[in-house]
Design a protein around this ligand. Sequence first.
Ligand code: DNO
Length: 405
Amino acid sequence: MRQTWRWFGPNDLVSIDDIRQAGAEGIVTALHHLPTGSVWSPAEIAQRQAEIDTMSDGTPSGLGWVVVESLPVSEDIKKQRGAWREHVAAYRDSLSHLAAAGIEIVCYNFMPVLDWTRTDLAWRLPNGATCMRFDLTDFAVFDLYLLARKGAAEDYDEAISEAAARRHAGMTDDARRLLGRNVVFGLPGAADHFTLDDVRAHLAQYAGIDAATLRQHLTDFLELVVPDAERLGIRLCCHPDDPPFPLLGLPRVMSTEADYRALVSAVPSPANGITLCSGSLGARPDNDLPGMMRRLGAHVHFLHLRNVARESAAIRGSFHEAEHLGGDTDMVALIAAALAEETHRHGAGRPDWSIPFRPDHGQDILDDLGRKAQPGYPAIGRLKGLAELRGVITALSHPMTSATS
Ligand code: DNO
């Protein structure tokens, strides 16, 4: 399993030097500064590779750009409106430029409007660490009162609606503003500049798009890009919905094992694969992560290893981001399944037998609390996660254990 680390580029407060010291072997990044729908030019790609390759004192980092996360799919492509065909053409050009630069793994998602969604970006744990949290009552406050979305009332049961009414009534204006900011933080582009009216305008454009239509648009997109990817030797891998259930009346089609089966069988190809994100998928009690890895492992091109603690037994419920070996996903069983898949691939002569993973997210601990890096992406919390995961991998790979044979 190849140990990778997400880096947001030169502005990331966690540096290439830090990543080297954390023991990572490769980088996951994207050209975040380029607008969605534009072509990633060879020059931009080469510049990012040079930044990855060099430590601050000019010596080689030994790291390389292993995974693109994400080459974003535009809202136009998801809706099949406006400039969507131009955006598909740009996507194909970007894939060919990435392949020419030696990059083989490209992650994307197909979530309408919202990418990952949390209500709290720094929730305090009893030991003083902070983590990200999704609280369904807070989310209902956002939906019912801040956004005041038409039809929202139908989406919440009585208990949540009543709790949301009480909570909203007791919130200060500052608390309401902070909640609004937190919820839109995962929006593509500029969290700081997104107003509630922008969110309403985005939602309105999905009025006629249900889950079946969105899934069809995903298949259409794949039919247009997968043949190129296959020819170029690129492995596309779709990231799941986070959280894995519909929000704000928007359809979501990448939340369950059945969704992933539909994805890989819609356009069968080694280039049409999966980013198995245990944190996103693990927020639902009916997603069996080790089982998904065993059953769908052949299609998994990239792993996000993260854990969540579910706070209710509901399909759509509150959760917070736990330590990597804590929470509700059996991380040891998941890693054992990934190692078994690698053994199987190795035996079958697959050149892609080594599966890249990254310690996804981390709690803010120690100096992270003052550094204020990208929410979810602290230096020390992730270093701790990576170290724990590396420990599990080392133990399960040891000849004394038979877990991978
Ligand atoms: C959040 C991430 C997601 C992910 C994209 C992939 O921390 O896991 O933003 O990168 O959904 O397209």
